[in-house]
Design a protein around this ligand. Sequence first.
Ligand code: NZQ
Length: 390
Amino acid sequence: MNDFIYHNPDKIYFGKSALNYLGAELKKYGKKVLLVYGGGSIKRNGLYDEVVKAVKESGLKLYELSGVEPNPRHTTANKGAKICKDNKVDVVLAVGGGSTIDCAKGVAAAALTKKGDIWEIVKSGASVEKALPLIAVLTNAATGSEMDEWAVISNMDTNEKIGIGGEGLIPKAAFENPEYSFTLPESQTACGAFEIFNHVLDNYYLAGEATFDLILEFQEAVMRAVVKWAPVAMKEPDNYEARANLMWASSMALNHVLDAGTVHGCACHAMEHELSAYYDITHGHGLAIVTPRWLTYILDEKTAPQIYRLGVKVFGLKEGLEAFAGAKAAIEALEKFCFETLGLKKNLSDLNIDETHFKAMAEHACGGEVIDGPKTLTPKDVEEIYKMCL
Ligand code: NZQ
């Protein structure tokens, strides 16, 4: 177990009454609010009206940035930064899924720089310590952005999708009412659920160094919750219990509770971000395609016992198999979950993706070096994994 420091200042309002506290929370940070949202789902489900009402009743002045794309673009974040700078906005309010929250984080960071250009921050690789205060209202259980210090911004001109991080990007507060996610389409629910699952799996003790039992059990509990509740939410979109389990799992999966004492891993994410950057696919779907192939690729005598344990603890496989056979059964169970239960397409070719860019994507995923994890991956390894996904 590694030493760790845990600190998360994000205040969570969870449940049906959450929004009652929005106005008071915003007022703590000033008088001018920039509302950031996506392509219109919040207008269609009535949340936009509720939020605007809460802001206006609190006597705050409202500005808007709409049209944030899934895989949010740097150009959109820059537009928001300009609105903030021109109008001396005090606080940024994101209402939506991970893309909207990430874009709002980009806005909040860029607004405090001279040029107001998020891409300059992204390319500098610097940790973001200063940003305008950010409040998030979550509508999609998936990324954990509502409770973490990361934002992932895309530049489609250069086929780059890059994460930035830093304490300045942690929301001051997040509002999580599971009812806001009732209107999610079935496929988006599936993609979000797998994103949560993968956030935990990327940090799971896979290489036999499991020395922090409590964390291992927490990780398995969250993955089990996803396996149990995702199919319920897909069939019964307004099942509060299912949506609540997924929403809290989303926040737990990446707020560092579940990677306390572990080595933070992100192999699947590094590989998937290239897929989204080149082909603009849904992040959770890309992860579902990559993850079982990655597990197959890293399966060896060191990882087999833990992969088997995952199968037993998360998918209910029986104990007592030889480690390799158990690990293979665990990967099969995971595939069944991704491609049958969640109904996601299994192969990159199903999404019209071929190997044209695999070499460049693999090199970029490794950031000029390698991807660390239970097994170190070189660009050649990553290329092989992409080929397994075809
Ligand atoms: O844009 P709108 O109209 O809101 O529609 C969205 C979008 O089309 C829709 N949606 C969201 N909530 C809804 C809803 N539709 C109906 N009812 C609702 N309640 O769902 C679509 C996808 O939304 P998006 O925000 O793109 O999905 P997600 O939350 O999965 O976010 C994905 C982005 O987050 C990044 C991903 O790479 C991707 O760019 N990530 C951010 C992370 C972080 N900040 O820590 C970590 C993640 O691993 C991930 O990389």
